[in-house]
Write a protein that binds this ligand. Structure first.
Ligand SMILES: [Zn+2]
Ligand SMILES: [Zn+2]
Length: 163
């Protein structure tokens, strides 16, 4: 059984579709894909699974590359069978820097630096005592709780629901 895998170059519109034997292991899949993408995209690319939906606040293009493992791809992506759709991946070249990713990282860093902390117990975890005003209300939360809320897509105050 063969599967189609679609590779999209990070921040470019070019995609390339390659066919793979579904009984390859993930390790073999990565090696095979890199080998076949080499002529167009250079020696070393990261392959990122584009179908994972993580609410970690990061853009898919900056996520960790797919890790080699000995599961066969038929089992590894079992939930996506039968292959009505292609498997989808991003390619991120290791020899290139992506200004879009740098920009987003800088933006996040800046948001962190703009926080004005005060000493108080965090009303969510009751553990941390350095809090900042994250929302439009008067409640203040700690960094950890704020980031954790963002990770699960909660963008409002956990006490009063203010945005
Ligand atoms: Zn907290
Ligand atoms: Zn509030």
């Amino acid at each position: 059984m063969f599967i189609n895998a679609e590779f999209k170059e990070t921040f470019a519109n070019r995609t390339i579709v390659l066919q793979f034997d579904s009984y390859l292991t993930v390790t073999q899949f990565i090696e095979d894909a890199k080998q076949r993408l080499k002529t167009r995209y250079g020696d070393d690319v990261d392959i990122i699974d584009a179908n994972i939906y993580l609410n970690d606040g990061r853009i898919p293009e900056e996520r960790e590359p797919l890790q080699p493992n000995e599961t066969i791809i038929f089992d590894y992506w079992y939930g996506r069978f039968p292959f009505m759709q292609n498997l989808a991946f991003y390619m991120r070249r290791k020899d290139m820097s992506y200004p879009q990713i740098d920009f987003i990282k800088a933006q996040r860093q800046q948001q962190r630096q703009q926080r004005q902390y005060k000493k108080d117990d965090c009303p969510i975890c009751l553990e941390h005592t350095s809090v900042f005003n994250a929302y439009s209300c008067s409640h203040s939360v700690c960094d950890t709780c704020f980031e954790n809320c963002n990770k699960v897509n909660i963008r409002c105050c956990s006490i009063c629901r203010a945005k």
